[in-house]
Write a protein that binds this ligand. Sequence first.
Ligand SMILES: Nc1ncnc2c1ncn2[C@@H]1O[C@H](COP(=O)(O)OP(=O)(O)O)[C@@H](O)[C@H]1O
Ligand SMILES: Cc1ncc(COP(=O)(O)O)c(C=O)c1O
Length: 303
Amino acid sequence: MASNETAENERELANVKLYDRAGAYIPRVAAVHDLCGYGKCSLGVAIPVLSAAGCDVCPVPTGLFSSHTAFPGWYMHDTTAMLRDYLDAWRGIGVDIDAVYSGFLGAPEQVDVILNLYETYPDALRVVDPVMADHGKIYPTYTPELCDAMAHLACSADILTPNLTEAAIILGEPIGESWGGVNIDDAEAHRMVNALLERGAKHVVLKGVQRGDGVIRNFVGGRELPIVEVHNDYVDYMLHGTGDVYASCLLAAVMAGQGIADAAQFAGEFVLASMEVSAQQPDFRDRGVNFESLLGRVTKLLR
Ligand SMILES: Nc1ncnc2c1ncn2[C@@H]1O[C@H](COP(=O)(O)OP(=O)(O)O)[C@@H](O)[C@H]1O
Ligand SMILES: Cc1ncc(COP(=O)(O)O)c(C=O)c1O
């Protein structure tokens, strides 16, 4: 468990007025992600996880997919054209928002929509999971323009949660060839976290550092926070949707009052437990990450 959380870091996150709610206040999170009909990820993960943490989750769908894009023949409906009217209608009825949590985007213009949300809700916590790529490969719907726009958005995040490939894209650096497996050392992880902080992100959780030693490491840093490593046991298979489970659990823990490093530890352990439960299911690689039976752990964050 990370031990060197600083009071300063707690104060910085506490700016968003959520953390003395003692279970009574129901924070409202705008969840700006796609909706997948099949293959658990994105809104299909963010809504149950954050709801289990006592949040009111308001979806802003960035696309409608038949399945996530790892399945062949997926169909996508781009929702960009409706988003401004959709959010104007929220303004019209005085919806207030405590956190803007974005993930998979459908088009570069959607970044402007999110920046607009930041302007409308200046006190809201800005959480950017810069979903673009994994294991050295960019997702098929991500054009260079969309990657550039995501990199721009990343600079405004209060909490930014890239994997190594996404961090390289944001930093305009080459993608490492071995990033599907054993990858970077501490010095390189610290360099990347610091470079992302210098670009403007207030807190960074750099995910998925592997050394072939049975654990998977995440590096957590903040402008006022020394970089700490948190890790969890590694299981030797991958499932789609775990990145969304991770970011949603991290935010759930932050909304429940945890500091960023403790929240990162909670999220990693939750993903690991979900992956272990998933592996008991038939066809688990296709069915995706199974987290539903573990949601009680998220609710316990509130006690
Ligand atoms: N195979 C695994 N074994 C254990 N933990 C994992 C594994 N894959 C992912 N995790 C946990 O989930 C976090 C997010 O990883 P991942 O799901 O690969 O994110 P992304 O999809 O954004 O690359 C990791 O940093 C780690 O804590
Ligand atoms: C449509 C869609 N949304 C979200 C994701 C993110 O999945 P993950 O949580 O594995 O990063 C993907 C990845 O394939 C996807 O295709």
